[in-house]
Design a protein around this ligand. Structure first.
Ligand code: Z15
Length: 810
């Protein structure tokens, strides 16, 4: 069975399933039990197609891509799977007859928070698009027992609570005990002469970790394709544990057990920064080795072709450098286990692997200390050492005496393993995630590599799943679009361009305004229920939601809010269009400035919201625990999308696309994908301000920027800056770390430099908002042009330009 014929069939299946699962009468079920019952029913529906899809791929020997990512930020799966199967209406009607509301059942699912931010959510959109396009592609990652921390705000500050998302079970996973593999750490590795007169590797005294896969179905859109996300869990091997115990050393035995289980216990909470800790390196190798072993095993069992042809059937993609150890690990398997020569193994490896870079921030570039790397992964280190030796010999031959070049492309340098260099060297394809970002890679970050391998470099501008971020998040807008341009856009997001014809049609614009108003009411209700705070649905909803980071400049936003507050205080007669400033996002637990930014937002919020006169004109709110589900409430309700990173710093951004798809107007810098959004919609339909990337670059190279000058020459800047440290924001609060980063450390991200241009851009937003029809027209133009930013377009580009995959009908 892979559908419910009608609601009657749903109800009878539900009754059976609930009885088996809970041994309770239906009226006694808790909402969570209802959720789980429906989830298990959906899994039953999927299983036939899931098996069929795998059989078809194997029978046709279709080329498949494995997308390795240390994060997959899936969000809830019940609703998306119901939509994918086309079963949402039947389910809703059946539940209604039984006395439940699907919209109240859906929130019972806990967000699988197996990611931090953009990188992890991109991976989730990508596997969604692969399945929707019937492309043979699967995800590979870690089944973290604890996802990204839950954020609470206590006394204005972020507090991190553990996210034990698996506590009540996860109905979507299937444990595959028979597919477990071993991953080895530590010990000694050395080369010795082999019988055939060559060299072979001896690897001994290692300890083994059992990697057990948990498979999650990734459901296509109305097409019977079901791909797989394989999540690996680390378990101790009973054998090893009993051996230790039999040797009489209980402490060693339990230490072994605990240290093994730690590998898949926590997701690291850093986004776009790197901590360089041993456990993280263990996680990376654990995922890579387990994933590759299972791919090679599949290849030998089902494809049964020569390993020299591996790349004709298998593509491996690495999402940033975290999985870059696939390169030496594939070399190891091909040489040590399959007997290929170095050169043969290297050819296969390079042709198989492709790499996406997601950042140019130096603090996010992964580097491992050689002593740590070597002691944890001795065999892998030998391979890295050898590939580095061969590579530098080649570079020094081609460019004699150019040691600057050698340094810029070395994998081992200054006592460190440089993962981005490993990734570029061992891949046939390197791409950035937006045009400006890919250009910066070629011009600066990876310039020397670009001169060596120009044809490896390309751009693949990011995208987002219009199924999750429009169909699922905003059914009101989706319905209006169906009424206006027909439903083709659901299958082909480019068709959204047909909305442009209606972008001056007053009747359509009126309905668009109603949809936005409805979504603002829904959000206002949620905020009222959850925080007991009133927001005015008639005000402009101005939203910045993303990880908290200095380069993303939440500071610029909140300092403008503070400035506006002072202006209103000083001019009691002044009237502005009422505005609600909403913020959301998590700060890495160890990132002091980011945590202080959250506190500043909350302190300013109290100042503003407690002022009886001011709060009629503006409100400020920091929403706790921003995650995928909260995003699904926020994007549809936004009027203004804050995308204000320092130009050149945000590789792409993807929230910008979700806002656009939901009809918000971008207020942004010329950074990341904002550049392409601006090109799509034009100056009239977004508001761009601030330094350009080349200007920022010139300041870094030639100097000439002094934030002290900005401070001393501008009274408004002086006022807001002083308030950070003079205790005037209430309770004598002081924000020394932020003050120092802006003044003592010369404002690395040009917050003060861009402050006045940002204030003017905010006034421009207000001017445009008050020309109601023109604003609605802009909103429609944004929706019409958001089709380009569907991850379906991105994935088609990867599939044809990098992976060479073709769709396979299931
Ligand atoms: C992350 O979320 C991103 C880059 C990283 O290097 C890491 Cl470690 C995490 C983000 C970028 O900051 C963002 O601009 C981009 O849109 C996203 O990856 C997806 O490419």
């Amino acid at each position: 069975m892979n559908t419910w014929q009608d609601k009657e069939e749903f109800k009878s299946e539900f009754t059976k399933k609930a009885h088996i699962l809970w041994e309770k009468d239906l009226p006694d079920l808790t909402p969570n039990e209802v959720y789980q019952t429906v989830a298990f029913m959906v899994r039953d529906l999927v299983s036939e197609d899931w098996i069929r899809t795998n059989e078809t791929y194997a029978e046709e020997k279709a080329k498949q891509v494995y997308y390795f990512s240390i994060e997959f930020l899936l969000g809830r799966l019940l609703d998306s799977n119901l939509i994918g199967l086309g079963m949402e209406d039947v389910c809703r009607a059946g539940l209604k007859d039984l006395g439940w509301d699907l919209d109240r059942i859906i929130p019972e699912e806990r967000d699988p928070g197996l990611g931090n931010g953009g990188l992890g959510r991109l991976a989730a959109c990508f596997i969604d698009s692969l399945a929707a396009l019937q492309l043979p592609g699967h995800g590979c990652s870690i089944r973290y027992q604890y996802g990204l921390f839950n954020q609470r705000i206590i006394d204005d500050q972020q507090v991190e609570l553990p996210d034990s998302w698996l506590a009540d079970g996860f109905p979507w996973e299937v444990k595959k005990v028979d597919k477990a593999v071993n991953v080895r750490f530590g010990g000694n590795a050395y080369m010795r002469p082999s019988e055939d007169g060559g060299l072979e590797c001896v690897y001994e005294k290692y300890s083994s970790v059992r990697a057990v896969p948990y498979d999650v179905p990734i459901v296509g859109y109305h097409n019977h394709t079901v791909n797989t996300l394989r999540l690996w869990r680390a378990e101790y091997s009973r054998e090893d544990m009993y051996r230790e115990l039999s040797l009489g050393d209980r402490h060693r035995a339990f230490h072994y057990k605990n240290s093994v289980q730690l590998i898949s216990r926590f997701l690291y909470p850093e986004d776009s920064t790197e901590e360089g800790r041993k456990l993280r390196l263990m996680q990376e190798y654990f995922m890579v080795s387990a994933g590759l072993q299972s791919i090679v095993r599949y290849y030998k069992k089902k494809i049964k072709e020569s390993l020299y042809k591996f790349d004709q059937y298998i593509a491996i993609h690495i999402n940033d450098t975290h999985p870059a150890l696939v390169i030496p690990e594939l070399m190891r398997i091909l040489m040590d286990e399959e007997g290929l020569s170095w050169d043969a193994a290297w050819n296969v490896t390079v042709r198989t692997v492709a790499y996406t870079n997601h950042t140019i921030l130096p603090e996010a570039m992964e580097r491992w200390s050689i002593p740590m790397f070597k002691s944890l992964l001795p065999r892998i280190y030998l391979i890295v050492e050898e590939l580095n030796r061969r590579w530098l010999a080649e570079v020094r031959k081609r460019f004699p005496g150019d040691e600057d070049k050698a340094r810029d492309v070395a994998v081992l340098w200054d006592g460190q393993v440089h993962m981005a260099h490993l990734a570029v060297l061992g891949s046939h394809s390197v791409n950035g995630v937006a045009e400006i970002h890919s250009q910066i890679l070629k011009d600066s970050t990876l310039h020397q590599f670009y001169t060596c391998f120009p044809s490896r470099f390309s751009n693949k501008t990011n995208g987002v799943s219009h199924r999750r971020w429009l169909i699922q998040s905003n059914p009101q807008l989706a319905g209006l679009l169906d009424d206006t341009i027909g439903p083709d856009w659901r299958l082909e997001a480019k068709r959204l361009i047909d909305v442009e014809k209606f972008s001056k049609d007053p009747a359509f614009l009126e309905r668009l305004a109603q949809v936005k108003q409805t979504r603002k009411y829904i959000l206002a209700d949620y905020i009222q229920q959850k925080y007991e705070v009133k927001v005015d649905p008639a005000s402009i909803f101005d939203i910045q939601i993303k990880r908290i980071h200095l380069y993303k400049r939440q500071l610029l936003n909140i300092l403008h809010v503070l400035h506006l507050y002072y202006v209103l205080k000083a001019n009691p007669r002044m009237q502005i269009t009422p505005r609600t400033f909403l913020f959301g996002g998590k700060a890495a637990a160890g990132y002091g400035e980011a945590k202080q930014t959250i506190k500043l937002i909350n302190v300013v919020a109290r100042l503003v919201n407690n002022d009886r006169r001011i709060r009629k004109q503006m409100r400020v709110l920091f929403l706790e625990n921003y995650n995928v589900s909260l995003g699904q409430l926020l994007f549809p309700a936004a009027d203004v999308s804050e995308q204000i990173s320092t130009a050149g710093k945000e590789a792409s951004g993807t929230g910008n696309m979700k806002f656009m798809m939901n009809g918000a107007i971008t207020l942004g810098t010329m950074d990341g994908a904002n550049v392409e959004i601006h090109r799509e919609v034009g100056d009239d339909n977004c508001v761009i301000f601030g330094l350009r990337a080349n200007e920022v670059m010139d300041y870094y190279i030639h100097g000439g920027y002094s934030s002290w000058n900005m401070y001393s020459e501008d009274a408004d800047i002086r006022q807001i800056m002083n308030s950070l440290v003079d205790g005037s924001l209430g309770n004598g609060e002081s924000f020394g770390m932020l003050y120092d980063s802006l003044l003592d450390r010369n404002d690395e991200f040009f917050v003060l430099k861009d402050f006045k241009p940002y204030c003017q851009a905010q006034q421009e937003i207000e001017r445009r908002y008050n020309k109601r029809l023109q604003w609605l027209h802009s909103s429609a133009v944004n929706i019409a042009h958001s089709g380009y930013f569907s991850s379906d377009r991105t994935i088609r580009q990867y599939a044809s330009g990098i992976w060479h995959l073709k769709p396979v009908k299931s």
